[in-house]
Design a protein around this ligand. Structure first.
Ligand SMILES: [Zn+2]
Length: 592
């Protein structure tokens, strides 16, 4: 059994035990995965009915587990997302510039005994082709084989000293749909076997004890050095390497050998008590991010959805902070450019980095104090991971998600109950953001250590979820109805905003394009409109919508509506509200 002190440096067992309960502390002492999973299997199943995602449903069905832990879900969803990406576009992984591509090539840093086999067994049940798993020890392979046989999962083993017949039998089983292929790296040193396996449609490769590639450690296995070459020959795009060793030289070596330096590093600490979460509603998001950068502690990362947006955000920041304090980072840069930015940020005590999700591979900067999301990632799992870039040393840090009407529109278009929908639900959450995340990921209960909703409740404040810039613009239009056209209004507003925020920025930062975007969103929301006819082109309050809302809300307050048509609309509205509440209640109740 591994010495506890040799587990990776920033992994706090105490915090782990607090987050995941005393059971987990016992599990930490368990000798290996098998013991961990046995314990999860044996714990009594909760009877609450929930809508499971594919992965949780598969895990429940095949392994009888109640839920997947947050880090397990992160690993699994990265694998399944990568597989979907390939299905949609077979050249997906050939494009090294794609910011998303690395999530399918991940190094997972997990302490021994944290339940890593679920991370590849669960996807193996969902993926179309078999999963090839490399183990360093024959004993581990034999143990896995026995457990899979018990679980009724078709599995074959390739190891040294097998007869021709045994190998043929293996290939027959693979052609009949075996889900898992176990092998040690030594057996694949001969080209013929690799050649034949490359025709088996392997969907995913998992590598256990990946630090065996490192020549510096005690566990060095020369055959592991050839794994990168074997992966290329097998032409498998989705690869997950597991290791419990966190030393940066070892991780870098693993990344070089297996992934040619392009990989995604995933750590198991997905909810961290030292992160304060909040959502900031603002229609002009860049200006809100700029204000965060002025007011919040640095070093700071601002995550943006696209490469042009990282560059544009950096340009805006440079105006206020100067070129020395700001850089951008995305996968479209050359390796040298990226290295230079990484080094600059690593050494910086007050820098601001704008980045796509490409940032973070192999980076472990301890003193990031704020993470701002200019754009929400597509999934809550990714948001949690990105927010988790801050506070790696345990300092109190802040995560801010900036949100506007356009975001809400996008998320409302996602299918109900889809993973894409969840970021919107996270924003609309009324109780506690941290609990929302934990409910979504693993069903753990926690005492919140800080979020905007809990803060407001403590102070007796209401959280209205309104954007100050949009509200101001709306009030302005209300006072100046049909006076200004769109462009005159934009410049009027940007002048006003500049005046209001002069104390914050010390200079004019609002541009007409910012206020124009605020207005467009208000129009799309049908709170203001551009007139036609006599007042052609002038901006006015959208009266129809405003009156409709007023009547409905008055009806709610009074509890009675006489007009049959209104009653019908009221009924529709109530049904929508009730169904949304029900969904919320189900989610709050779900313990996987
Ligand atoms: Zn909270």
């Amino acid at each position: 059994m591994e010495n506890k002190n040799s587990r990776y440096a920033d992994f706090s067992e105490i915090r782990y035990a607090e987050e995941f309960g005393s059971d987990f502390q016992t599990v930490l002492d368990a000798e290996n995965d098998a013991e961990f999973e046995r314990r999860v299997l044996m714990s009594e199943a909760d009877e609450i009915e929930t809508e499971d995602d594919d992965a949780t449903a598969a895990a429940k069905k095949a392994f009888g587990v109640r839920f997947l832990f947050p880090w397990q879900r992160l690993v699994v969803s990265n694998i399944l997302d990568a597989s979907k990406n390939i299905e949609a576009d077979s050249s997906f992984f050939d494009n090294l510039d794609d910011d998303e591509f690395c999530r399918g090539r991940q190094i997972v840093l997990l302490p021994t005994g944290a339940g890593k086999s679920m991370c590849f067994l669960v996807p193996s049940l969902i993926l179309k082709g078999p999963t090839l798993v490399f183990y360093p020890l024959l004993a581990l392979m034999a143990d896995q084989k026995r457990r899979m046989d018990e679980g009724g999962i078709s599995c074959v083993v390739f190891k040294g000293g097998q007869s021709f017949e045994e190998r043929e039998e293996n290939f027959r089983k693979i052609s009949e749909g075996a889900k898992v292929i176990l092998a040690n790296p030594e057996v694949l040193q001969g080209g013929a076997l690799v050649e034949r396996l490359s025709k088996c449609g392997i969907a995913h490769i998992a590598i256990d004890e990946a630090h065996c590639v490192s020549e510096w450690g005690d566990s060095f296995r020369p055959a592991y050095l050839s794994l990168g070459e074997i992966i290329r020959k097998l032409n498998v795009k989705i690869v997950t390497a597991f290791t419990a060793t966190a030393s940066p030289p070892v991780l870098n070596r693993v990344g070089e050998i297996l992934f040619g330096g392009h990989y995604h590093l995933l750590k198991s600490d997905s909810d961290r008590a030292n992160i304060h979460y909040s959502v900031l509603h603002a229609y002009a998001k860049e200006k809100a991010a700029l204000e965060c950068a002025v007011r919040m502690r640095k070093p700071m990362i601002i995550f943006c959805a696209t490469r042009p947006r990282t560059e544009n955000m950096a340009r805006i920041l440079v105006e206020v902070f100067g070129v020395e304090k700001v850089r951008f980072y995305h996968a479209g840069m050359t390796k040298e450019e990226k290295l230079a930015v990484e080094k600059w940020f690593f050494d910086s005590d007050d820098g601001i980095l704008t980045a796509t999700c490409a940032y973070g591979m192999g980076m472990d900067k301890g003193n990031i104090y704020s993470v701002v999301h200019l754009d929400a990632p597509s999934h809550l799992e990714n948001f949690i991971q990105e927010a988790g870039r801050a506070g790696r040393k345990g300092d109190d840090v802040r995560s801010v998600l900036i949100w506007n009407h356009a975001d809400m529109n996008r998320y409302e278009k996602a299918p109900p109950e889809s993973r894409e929908r969840v970021m919107g639900d996270f924003v609309l959450e009324k109780n506690c953001r941290r609990q929302f995340m934990l409910d979504y990921l693993g069903g753990e209960k926690t005492v919140c250590s800080g979020c905007d909703l809990c803060d407001a409740r403590k102070d007796g404040r209401n959280v209205e979820g309104k954007a100050w810039d949009a509200e101001f613009a709306h009030r302005f239009v209300k006072r100046n109805r049909r006076v200004l056209d769109r462009s005159a209004l934009s410049s009027e507003l940007s002048e006003l905003f500049n005046e209001m925020k002069l104390g914050v920025f010390g200079m004019n930062v609002w541009e007409d394009s910012d206020t124009a975007s605020v207005l467009s969103q208000l129009v799309s929301e049908r709170r203001v409109k551009i007139c036609s006819g006599l007042w052609r082109g002038k901006v006015d309050i959208d009266e129809k919508n405003a009156i409709g809302r007023k009547i409905l809300s008055a009806a709610f307050v009074e509890g009675r509506i006489r007009n049959p048509l209104l009653r019908f609309f009221h009924l529709l509205h109530s049904i929508r509200r009730v169904s949304r509440r029900l969904q919320e209640a189900v989610r709050n109740a779900s313990v996987f």
